[in-house]
Design a protein around this ligand. Sequence first.
Ligand SMILES: NC(=O)CC[C@H](N)C(=O)O
Length: 314
Amino acid sequence: MTAMIEQLRKKLPYWVEASRVHTCDGQVASYIPELAKAPRDALGIFITGQSGETASAGDCGLTFTMQSISKVFTLILALIDNGEDGVFDKVGMEPTGDDFNSMLKLELVEPGKPFNPLINAGAIAVSSLIHGDSPPVQIERILRFFQEISGGASLRFNDSVFRSESATAHRNRSLAYFLKDNEVLGEEIAVEDVLQVYFKHCAIEINAEQLSRMALVLAFDGTDPLTGRELIPRRYVQIAKTFMVMCGMYNASGEFAIRAGIPAKSGVSGGIMAVVPGQFGIGVIGPSLGSKGNSTAGVHLLETMSAELDWSIM
Ligand SMILES: NC(=O)CC[C@H](N)C(=O)O
């Protein structure tokens, strides 16, 4: 493992610069106005290994909001709170092949039940399952859980991004009302309350190092290898990693599975969390996104590294 980290430290700066050119192939997300302020040409990566050894390169000091990456951990918390049956009663287990905010299949198949917990409709349904009497309590629990997984980092919400999304989220609002109409959101649940929880966890601010620590816990089946503490039951990590492989990169997940072959989850802020099982947790940030909503340079970087280092789990 030490030899591997040495090799990574040596090569990472070259790989990052070779991938950085691909920031030109995309655009920074602007449908959440606040996200448009991110630097288009940035690319950074942070890797953490089993004994806390690290390697990093590029703009890894950048902070960004988790956006869809947070959905992996709200799913896990919902599983801890409700068990598998409780969660899969409300959300399915299949990839969609559609855009992450698509309405299409919501009406076509099993009315209202979202296909999986990583598309927006599914993640909104999952947000409603987080235990707590009110949105502030649910939000606080989510933040504390994320902090624990990230090795005790003091994470916070980016309020500007939260407000920016909340003010413009017409599509997510319509998805949520659709879920309400189809009773995926129960009678006692107010749509605006669920959306508040959802927008808040999307707006948790993080950096590549903290993200790599969260990924590391997934890489070691739910146990933080640096403290030896079991933070997530192994079964729930298995479920989360399976969804990451199937639909973590939206409707480019098949291509990423073929080219990189590791569980990963992207967000529209340009972050990617990647897991090399039994080896590394990885955090990447590259705000320029391709047409399917993934960091163009970040994807190129992970695909390059996986090919070079034979990381594919397939
Ligand atoms: N793909 C994403 O990262 C989407 C998350 C974002 N908050 C949204 O709902 O649109």
